[in-house]
Design a protein around this ligand. Structure first.
Ligand code: T5A
Length: 234
């Protein structure tokens, strides 16, 4: 099963650490709901009961050794469940689905960051997702150093950073991830690159333009129904 059965619109947000995805997905979800769209906002890794457990293992159980291929396959296993449980049903119901990270994160982090074979990874991703690709992918692009600096800045004074498995990687890893994303986005098509170094309102304004245009061009998008007020992760 691929995108052809989808009645909704699938938007993914990608980028290096601290690029502003959480900030922007929440604002966008709110604005779309105010227009009357039914919106599902979710994230990876996570988004399902299985996904939240795998997230714990992948990000926080840093005493558990994980070979790069094992890491990639855990993301893929979590994503297979995620697609069936959290993405296909709202798309089939005609909703707008906003997802904070999806399969491109595996290509950027495990493919470029960990230097795994990207052709093999694409096959694994295709199997895991059943070929479900986003309608629109927004790359929030900024230098790796800036994203990590923002995360440090967000700590309260005196708080020690509690870096997860990926945040702990060296700067070369994070630079490869950023460069990998830029190479993926160079394919064009569903990709739009957003300058994430700009202030939050400017980034928000640009994303709104891109999304409303993409929704307007979509022949699949539903007539808005009752405004939806619930928000948060599925
Ligand atoms: N991963 C994930 C893989 O390796 N492979 C995979 O297949 C998948 C799916 C997930 C990790 O897993 C890896 C990638 C990740 O390392 P996570 O905890 O879910 O980790 O975290 P991230 O997705 O990396 O998200 P972050 O929380 O790090 O950052 P966000 O959501 O991009 O950024 P946000 O909005 O929280 O903003 C960060 C800070 O910057 C400020 C915010 O206020 C906040 O303090 N900010 C700005 N400041 C200035 N200007 C702006 N424009 C700003 N926008 C936000």
């Amino acid at each position: 099963m691929t995108n052809s059965c989808s009645q909704g619109f699938f938007i993914t947000f990608e980028g290096p650490e601290g690029c502003g995805k959480t900030t922007q997905t929440q604002v966008l979800a709110q604005r779309l709901r105010e227009l009357g769209h039914v919106v599902t906002l979710t994230r990876e890794p996570g988004g399902t009961v299985l996904g939240e457990r795998v997230r714990q293992l992948l990000l926080h159980a840093i005493d558990v050794p994980l070979a790069p291929r094992a890491e990639a396959l855990l993301f893929a296993a979590s994503r297979a469940q995620f697609v069936e449980e959290a993405i296909r049903p709202p798309l089939a119901a005609g909703e707008v689905v906003l997802c904070d990270r999806y399969a491109d994160s595996t290509l950027a982090y495990q493919g470029y960051g960990r230097d795994l074979d990207r052709r093999a990874l694409r096959e694994v991703l295709d199997f895991a997702t059943g070929g479900l690709t986003p309608d629109l992918t927004l790359l929030l692009d900024l230098p790796a150093e800036e994203g990590l600096r923002r995360k440090l800045q967000a700590l309260v004074p005196g708080e020690m950073p509690n870096w997860d498995r990926f945040e702990q990687q060296d700067m070369d890893f994070h630079r490869r991830v950023r460069e990998g994303y830029r190479q993926l986005a160079a394919a064009g098509g569903r990709w739009v690159v957003v300058d994430a170094t700009q202030p939050v309102p400017d980034v928000e304004r640009y994303i709104w333009q891109v999304v409303t245009q993409a929704l307007g061009n979509s022949k699949r998008i539903m007539i808005p129904v009752e405004p939806q007020t619930n928000c948060g992760w599925v």
